[in-house]
Design a protein around this ligand. Structure first.
Ligand SMILES: C[S@@+](CC[C@H](N)C(=O)[O-])C[C@H]1O[C@@H](n2cnc3c(N)ncnc32)[C@H](O)[C@@H]1O
Length: 211
């Protein structure tokens, strides 16, 4: 009985803290949440993913949302500042050479879509890339770049005018705890939600609808 209770307590602790859930289980759960998110977003649209990394979610977007155009926005830049020491593109990575190799891998992965013009790569920080896109030209944007409060706040602010009325701003890691960015995503999204028609949360995925 005591052993049973101890096991139950351990399980409860595990389930209440996302970072303690084994990586494989977390990835599966995120995959299912993202599938539910994509099911709510328009198909055949003009879409941007801000923060692409190796292109894993971009490949899912291409397959399931069939966008007419998909902008992939990422500087693939190693950040050495203190703030980014724990980020996947910061201190704990090998450096700029590794980022360049990841960028080259994305070019290769989507080479046929890039050739046809369906995928457009913008190797730039999000705010700089936003300046190159036309107002109200996107059906939706997926924000998964700099997860700090200021990073997400600025991305929401600068991509909002680029989304068509009735379009969507979605993104990753809402409610996530225990990472280098603290509650940055959650706070920025909660604050911004007042400017939108609605906020839907699917696990760690957020979905804001523009009026
Ligand atoms: C979590 S990864 C993205 C993962 C990707 N969305 C996926 O699910 O397959 C975060 C990415 O954001 C990029 N990033 C960081 N700061 C950025 C910024 N200011 N603008 C655009 N991308 C940024 C990083 O280079 C990294 O590739």
């Amino acid at each position: 009985m005591v052993r049973y209770r101890r096991r139950l307590r351990r399980l409860a602790r595990l389930l209440s803290h996302p970072t303690r859930i084994p990586r494989r289980l977390r990835a599966r759960r995120r995959g299912s949440e993202r599938a539910q998110l994509l099911a709510r977003l328009p198909k055949n649209g003009v879409v941007a993913e801000v923060g692409t990394w190796r292109g894993d979610f971009a490949a899912v977007i291409l397959n399931s949302s069939r966008p007419a155009r998909l902008y992939l926005i990422d500087p693939w830049e190693h950040r050495s500042e203190e703030k980014y020491q724990q980020a996947s593109y910061g201190g704990r990575r090998e450096g700029q050479q590794e980022m360049d190799a990841i960028h080259d891998g994305v070019l290769e992965r989507f080479s046929s879509e890039i050739e046809s013009g369906r995928v457009v790569i913008r190797r730039a920080r999000s705010l700089e890339a936003a300046g190159s896109l036309s107002p109200e030209s996107l059906d939706w944007v997926y924000i998964d770049a700099d997860h700090s409060y200021e990073g997400v706040r600025d991305d929401l602010e600068s991509y909002f005018p680029l989304v068509k009325p009735g379009g969507f701003l979605a993104g990753d890691d809402y409610g996530h705890v225990g990472s280098w960015f603290g509650e940055g995503v959650t706070r920025a999204v909660d604050e911004f939600s007042g400017r939108c028609a609605g906020l839907t949360i699917i696990g760690t995925q957020f979905l804001l609808r523009k009026h």
